[in-house]
Ligand binder design. Structure first.
Ligand SMILES: *Cc1c(COP(=O)(O)O)cnc(C)c1O
Length: 426
């Protein structure tokens, strides 16, 4: 590697840090003045209204986090499909659920909370989301499955038309995890309202944040009311605490809602700035044996939450990953995610490996995993799944990485990051 005369960044360049504007404080202050320091108040009502209007659904229910929204969505689906469970049993009652594989574990953990069994569906190379061909294959193997949980990775919408068609053919419901994709559109519609139950997140690193928080999105008043009730400990309309159902303490705080309320007017600006970061990487990394995370230009407009890169197979140096650590051997003209991430870290910049696929995670390693091709032809350096198919998710995990995508990063800083990445191939 060429020794560079680049000095490390004085202040760390983050993968994706909060971008605050000052309005957030105004609404927090408002909550203090009105003394609504609880899980009710004007900030909550207002952000619920604004988000529902923005994404184009009738109801948004503000919750403590995106994971809570996903839990409520999965529970609603389970109850609708399989009825009331026995006491001490989750609503999925042991039934299988077909889930995105290349995602953050919050997408799929609620299936386990509700006593379901996740079956992981491999990823397609066009948008890095659930592969409709693998989904179709899973239904051929498990024709009785009635629920799909799908995420839109890194803010890029998946192939929802194809997935909807397959879901309808098998009479299955869709829980849509739009935690990373708020503001992204697919065929003119916002992600989060493309499935039967939608979920978004306001976690600290998302496109807009409340520091934490999430929302459940729906057109059904009955579902919205149920989530409001379940998320406030399932209290019945009695003079005392009366409970007929299991409850949860999942409601959003009015203080958090104030932060979201202050952030929301800047969502469009954040997306613009994320898009500019993506495009600068695209231009700056030209000529290197790598490509950006792809999307379907005709069908979708991503929110460009994270810019990612995929190294060409032929340009991968040797990289070995264990359960907790990674090693690589540098080779001229080649590189690998570990080398690039280590080098970025040396200069005080934060990238991250691609989310490790669920079927490779120790907790889910025994779950079924379905690839599109049952006897895919082996490619050099390809990952072969149990059933002989090509494991696209593992391949993206191996060759891909998330680049520093912080809105607060300046153009000059990004140019230096591009230089650092270039140096890894020298
Ligand atoms: C962040 C995230 C979640 C969870 O949201 P929280 O608000 O952190 O609970 C769920 N799914 C995906 C894909 C995420 O990135």
């Amino acid at each position: 590697m060429k020794t560079m005369n680049i000095t490390p960044f004085e202040q760390k360049i983050w993968l994706a840090s909060p971008t605050m504007h000052g309005d957030e404080l105004k609404w927090i202050h408002d909550a203090f003045e009105k003394n609504w320091i609880t899980t009710a108040g004007e900030n909550i009502n207002e952000v619920e209204k604004q988000i529902a209007e923005y994404v184009g659904c009738k109801y948004a229910v503000a919750l403590s986090c995106g994971t809570a929204a996903l839990h409520m969505a999965v529970k609603l689906a389970g109850e609708r499909l399989y009825g009331q469970p026995k006491p001490n049993q989750g609503t999925l009652q042991g039934h299988k659920v077909l889930c995105s594989d290349l995602t953050f574990d919050a997408t799929v953990n609620p299936v386990a909370y509700e006593d379901g069994e996740a079956v992981f569906i491999d990823t397609e190379a066009d948008t890095w989301n659930m592969d409709p061909d693998a989904l179709e294959k899973a239904f051929e193997i498990y024709p009785d499955v009635k629920l799909i949980v799908i995420a839109h990775l890194y803010g890029t919408p998946g192939k929802m038309a194809e997935i909807r068609e397959i879901a309808d053919k098998y009479g299955a419901l869709i829980v849509e995890d739009a935690a990373e994709s708020l503001g992204a559109t697919y065929k003119g519609k916002q992600t989060g309202i493309l499935g039967d139950y939608g979920c978004i997140s306001f976690n600290g690193n998302k496109i807009i944040t409340g520091s934490s928080g999430g929302m459940f999105l729906t057109n059904s008043k009955e579902d919205a009311d149920k989530v409001r009730k379940w998320s406030t400990q399932s209290r019945e309309a009695a003079p005392w605490y009366q409970h007929e159902e299991i409850g949860y303490n999942y409601r959003m705080s009015n203080i958090i809602a104030g932060v979201v309320r202050g952030q929301f007017p800047y969502l469009a600006e954040h997306i613009e700035r994320k898009k500019a970061i993506y495009e600068r990487y695209q231009a700056g990394l030209k000529g290197l044996p790598m490509s950006m995370n792809p999307y379907d230009i005709e069908a979708s407009v991503p929110n460009f939450w994270l810019s990612c890169a995929l190294i060409d197979e032929s340009a991968m140096c040797k990289q070995v990953r264990g359960e907790q650590e990674a090693l690589y051997i540098h080779k001229c003209g080649k590189s690998c995610p570990t080398e690039i991430l280590d080098t970025l870290a040396k200069y005080n910049a934060e990238g991250r490996p691609i989310w490790k696929p669920m079927h490779m995670q120790p907790i889910y390693r025994n779950s079924p995993f379905i690839t599109a091709q049952g006897n895919g032809r082996a490619r050099s350096n390809a990952y072969i799944a149990d059933n002989g198919g090509i494991d696209v998710g593992a391949d993206i995990f191996n060759r891909g990485l998330c680049l520093p995508s912080d809105i607060n990063m300046t153009e000059e800083q990004q140019n230096i990051i591009i230089e650092i990445i270039r140096s890894c191939f020298e």
